[in-house]
Design a protein around this ligand. Structure first.
Ligand code: ADP
Ligand code: MG
Length: 276
């Protein structure tokens, strides 16, 4: 038996599922209120309802100090969402740059704050989905959330300044700078992964394992593998897969790690880059 994952791991997994559910939905229909609701429901593992009772606010629950109180009343919230949808659709004919649309949408979504909880995380997933929809990225790889979390105080301050002073310019610049910084660091990460991938492929080939390329690709499709993953990928039978992975551990290319009765083979070089 594998022990249940800790809460932070569960949270990360739900985030991933929500992002992928949103990404899938873009193949069916353009980004809409429904997408937000779907994403938020997966995030929380229960249906996300539009707020219908008052009392939600952004502030300090300890002191009761409110920084922002979102609109109240289900119908009012739904009208705001409908307006936001009109602004978004059809994005291709919009006079605005996709990054401007993303920045404006993010503020609007957070200000409407349609759900009881999960609005921040849902809004950050919508950012990525908008970049995919406007074809600026093909895969959901631009992890803008880390920039937002690292600059949380400024992010909160600027959200507030848009509300109180209409300070759209600073807000827009903040988001655009986040896209630049995240894109640069993501690209550096991808290049590092590619470098160690080709080194590892050469090492695996030198160890006499064929097909070296397919096994390396598999080792980079996820930073950890079980014997049965190699078998299920159709590379070799179980016994040979076990022999391969254990010999790569002996050579220091992989690390092994036992969880319950499962043995995981960890591509620690890749994992270090991904978690740096
Ligand atoms: N002044 C503000 N105006 C509008 N939205 C805000 C403001 N301050 C914070 N927020 C947004 O509210 C989010 C928190 O709302 P919440 O529903 O609890 O989301 P989550 O549970 O995902 O953190 C923050 O992450 C931020 O995006
Ligand atoms: Mg919350």
């Amino acid at each position: 038996m594998i022990p249940p994952p800790p809460p932070a791991t569960k949270e990360a997994l739900r985030y991933k599922h929500a992002l992928y559910a949103g990404w899938e939905s873009l193949k069916e229909r353009p980004l809409s209120t429904k997408t937000a609701q779907e994403v938020c429901s997966v995030l929380q593992a229960r249906p996300a309802l539009i707020r219908s009772t008052p009392g939600t606010y952004i502030g300090d629950p300890a002191t009761g100090k409110r920084h922002y109180t979102p609109p109240e009343g289900k119908e009012i919230i739904e009208n705001h969402l409908a307006n936001l949808e009109k602004f978004l659709y059809p994005a291709k004919e919009s006079p605005y740059d996709p990054l401007t649309i993303m920045a404006a949408t993010h503020y609007q979504f957070e200000a409407i704050h349609p759900f009881y909880d999960g609005n921040g995380r849902t809004g950050r997933i919508l950012n990525i989905l908008l970049l995919i929809q406007s074809e600026l990225i093909t895969f959901p790889v631009l992890y803008l959330s880390s920039y937002i979390v690292e600059n949380k105080a400024r992010y909160y301050q600027l959200l507030r300044e848009v509300t109180t002073q209409g300070n759209w310019e600073e807000w827009l610049l903040f988001i655009v700078e986040g896209v630049e910084k995240t894109a640069t660091s993501t690209l550096a990460m991808i290049n590092k992964l590619r470098d160690i991938q080709s080194t590892m492929e050469a090492d695996i080939r030198a160890a006499g394992i064929t097909p070296a390329k397919e096994l390396t690709d598999l080792l980079f499709s996820s930073p950890y593998l079980r014997i049965r993953d190699v078998e299920e990928a159709g590379l070799v039978k179980r016994q040979q897969a076990s022999h391969w992975l254990n010999s790569l551990v002996q050579q220091g290319i992989l690390l092994d790690h036992k969880v319950g009765r499962e043995k995981f083979f960890i591509n620690h070089a890749a994992l270090n880059i991904l978690t740096a």
